[in-house]
Design a protein. Structure first.
Length: 115
């Protein structure tokens, strides 16, 4: 099983990034997929998720209106489009897959928002 994130980097405030997470080793379409983030000295927090059953999405208050989570089951990939980025969005972003008691994590991708 693998979850490999990409798309992180350094961006100025107000900029955009698109993260991607490619999954392998399990039946991707059955799993709800989430993006979490962890800033230095803080706990890991849920940013956004997309459910397997019907594609329903859910966002943290901090992400609503700025971030969009989507998935492409044909490509085994989940995306996080992040717009209007703020310095407080700086964190390592992790991909998570969950299906009942089965849960997998990626290694994360660093997002730094700074001028």
């Amino acid at each position: 099983v693998q979850l490999v994130e990409s798309g992180g980097g350094l961006v100025q405030p107000g900029g955009s990034l698109r993260l991607a997470c490619v999954a392998s080793g399990f039946t991707f379409s059955r799993y709800s997929m989430s993006w979490y983030r962890q800033a230095p000295g803080k706990e890991r927090e849920l940013v956004a998720r997309i459910f397997a059953a019907d594609g329903t999405t859910d966002y943290a208050d901090s992400a609503k209106g700025r971030f969009t989570v989507s998935r492409d089951n044909a490509k085994n990939t989940v995306y996080l489009q992040m717009n209007s980025l703020k310095p407080e969005d700086t964190a390592v972003y992790y991909c998570n897959a969950r299906f009942f008691s089965a849960e997998y994590w990626g290694r994360g991708t660093q997002v730094t928002v700074s001028s």
